[in-house]
Ligand binder design. Structure first.
Ligand code: AMP
Ligand code: MG
Length: 402
């Protein structure tokens, strides 16, 4: 199989994955989901004219004569229990924040500006204007208003608004479940001191975080040795769990222990492609089981993360109903770069603002095992296949990572 250009590979992925799936979920589960329909308010908010302050509900005209006026306290309106009568001229109602403003009252004399004499005589210490400190019914939204647009990613404020508008469940896009299998005889989890010949498995954490940021749920199936039976069992677990995407880490190349592709095929996966014309990350597998897409990422930590940015992110976002808009920007090179070969290169770089715009400076070390370099990079310089050698100041394109 020849090396596939990145864009062709992405197009093949999009051809083969299902459309975003609708579902109804309870509010707490809707966090980060995409709203499928415009959301209409079920009632006015506030539902009644409500006081915005603690004080006294009064009629402004009663105070037209100035400071000497006093009105008589005749009742109380609390949040949750309104004053049932109508306020007449010469009367005041004790009122608290959020409580219904009684009929007849047209303003709130706030507590700080009121003086109480003889228990039930209220004087104003300042001029009293009509309409102050009252939240009119429907101020926030009215029944039938569209409070959230279709396609909105339900962020914290949107969730509170949906609740306020009377919705306990929401129609959203299913959040894809991503199962992750780390493969390698040499791997131990972080926190365990690696023995001779062992290294710490790291990729799964970054991949999981990226997928979660894009709207996925994660099922980390842990580390399996380079053993056909063990790997096959983990693949079955992922499918039984209903994973929308299975991400395998490692074992995708041509070494003796690179069993990933073989076992996936034996388990019934239809291979779509293997090997991409990119660096890092050439040995990348994409295929489908019925109901589960498989993305086999290379084991090298930087390769797997770059491939996740380039392939997993768009895939997850598509299933999650989100728009995929990678943050691509023009920049100028801060260092010379050699001619590229026939693979698209994603070069770890630091991008900063210079006098003429963004300047992208590649890190001198680009080894695909170096997470320290990836973590220091805030961007990848994208070098086209067969790009000629470039000088300082030449134009380039960068993919911002953060
Ligand atoms: P592989 O793709 O399995 O040949 O692995 C390539 C390199 O990446 C080897 O040096 C592995 O030890 C390393 N590697 C594989 N899986 C992981 C992982 N989950 N975390 C960190 N390094 C890994
Ligand atoms: Mg391996």
């Amino acid at each position: 199989m020849s090396l596939l250009p990145v864009e062709t590979a992405l197009a093949k992925i999009f051809e083969r994955i299902p459309a975003p799936q609708p579902e109804m979920v309870a509010l707490p589960e809707a966090n980060g989901r995409v709203l499928l329909e415009p959301l209409l308010a079920r009632h006015n908010q506030p539902p009644f004219n409500a006081s915005a302050m603690d004080g006294y509900a009064v009629r402004a005209e009663d105070f037209a004569e100035g400071a000497s006026t006093s009105v008589r306290l005749v009742g109380t309106s609390q949040a949750g229990s309104a004053y049932s009568g109508t306020l007449n001229s010469g009367e005041a109602i004790r009122i608290f924040t959020g409580a219904p403003v009684p009929e007849g009252a047209d303003t709130i004399l706030i507590q700080e500006n009121a003086r109480v004499r003889e228990g039930d005589s209220i004087e104003a210490l300042q001029a009293v204007d009509a309409g102050r400190h009252i939240r009119r019914a429907g101020l926030d939204f009215a029944e039938g208003d569209i409070v959230l647009e279709q396609g909105r990613v339900l962020d914290p404020a949107a969730l509170s608004l949906a609740a306020s508008a009377g919705h306990a469940t929401l129609p959203v896009v299913h959040s894809p479940l991503i199962a992750i299998i780390s493969t390698g005889d040499e791997l131990v989890p972080p926190g365990v001191a690696p023995g001779p010949n062992q290294i710490v498995a790291s990729n799964n954490f970054g991949i999981a975080a990226l997928a979660q940021r894009d709207g996925a749920r994660i099922l980390d199936l842990g580390i399996v040795p380079d053993d056909r039976e063990a790997f096959a069992a983990a693949v079955r677990r992922a499918r039984e769990a209903g994973a929308d995407i299975l991400v395998t880490l490692g074992g995708a190349s041509v070494g003796d222990r690179d069993i990933t592709r073989d076992v996936l095929a034996a388990e019934g996966m239809t291979l779509s492609f293997w090997k991409i014309a990119m660096r890092p990350g050439k040995p990348l597998i994409f295929g489908r089981f019925s109901g589960t897409s498989v993305l086999g990422l290379p084991g090298n930590p930087v390769s797997s993360m770059v491939c996740a940015h380039v392939f997993l992110s768009p895939l997850v976002r598509r299933l999650a109903g989100r728009i995929h808009a990678p943050d691509l920007r023009p920049a100028e090179l801060g260092a010379a770069m050699p001619a590229n070969d026939s693979r698209r290169d994603y070069v770890r770089a630091s991008v900063a603002l210079g006098p003429r715009g963004l300047v992208a400076t590649p890190f001198p070390l680009q080894d695909s095992s170096m997470l320290s370099v990836l973590a220091a990079a805030n961007a990848l310089i994208i070098r086209a296949p067969n790009a000629p050698a470039a000088e300082i100041g030449d134009r380039c394109q960068v993919l911002m990572l953060r």
